[in-house]
Design a protein around this ligand. Structure first.
Ligand SMILES: [Zn+2]
Length: 59
């Protein structure tokens, strides 16, 4: 299972690498962008291969 995955900040467009917890399943949480400090609502999903996908929306 992936323990990191990347998303694109909905505010500044930078690619951000996030640490994620494979044991927690589908998750939603707010994380501040390390580049522009704006909050993104992240939705983390896993496929059958254990690959994580993060979808980011402006909070
Ligand atoms: Zn940003």
């Amino acid at each position: 299972m992936d323990e990191t995955a990347t998303y694109f900040c909905d505010h500044c467009g930078e690619e951000i690498e996030a640490s994620i917890d494979p044991s927690a399943g589908t998750q939603e949480y707010v994380e501040d962008c390390p580049v522009c400090c704006a909050p993104n609502l992240l939705t983390i999903r896993w496929d059958e291969q254990g690959t994580a996908t993060i979808e980011a929306r402006a909070e």
